[in-house]
Write a protein that binds this ligand. Structure first.
Ligand code: RTP
Ligand code: MG
Length: 137
């Protein structure tokens, strides 16, 4: 079964929205192979977001994602799990994310958009290995 890395970012934990967010994935029929609350380290954050290393918002992004505990999950289920999770999340910018999605319903600004989900099979494998190195591939 396909697997994806899912993160409830520090804003989700601070706002007490973890249950609400995870419930949406569970209600869809997805399951958690791993589920862990911890603060992402700066080296992990830089590696995780390496594709954005040259962007103007990179330093703010790293500071934000390391600013407090996150909830990290490996999500699985039937079907195209990576695409399904991205759909439940909604567009990166909450101001254009559709109602019914996590970002569309619960967030307002792009820098605090509550959740992360891997955007491809290659990214999912890389990100799961980064945060859960002991999980079998
Ligand atoms: P993520 O990686 O966190 O799941 O989000 P995403 O795929 O929907 O968006 P991506 O393009 O990968 O951007 C990563 C995170 O960087 C922040 N961002 N800020 N213009 C900006 O200020 C800007 N653009 C992106 C967002 O928090 C986004 O989730
Ligand atoms: Mg991304």
């Amino acid at each position: 079964m396909e697997k994806t890395l899912f993160i409830c970012k520090p804003d989700a934990v601070r706002r007490g929205l973890v249950g609400e967010i995870l419930k949406r994935l569970e209600n869809k029929g997805l399951r958690f192979l791993e589920l862990q609350q911890r603060t992402i380290s700066e080296p992990e954050a830089k590696e995780h977001y390496v594709e954005h290393a040259d962007k103007a918002f990179f330093d703010d992004l790293v500071a934000f994602i390391t600013s407090g505990p996150s909830v990290l999950a490996v999500v699985t289920g039937d079907g195209d799990v990576i695409k399904i999770v991205r759909g439940i999340m909604g567009a990166t910018d909450p101001s254009v994310a559709n109602p019914g999605t996590i970002r569309g319903d619960l967030a307002t600004i792009v820098s605090e958009n509550l959740v992360h989900g891997s955007d491809s099979m290659t990214a999912a494998q890389r990100e799961i290995k980064l945060f859960f190195p002991n999980l079998e591939a």
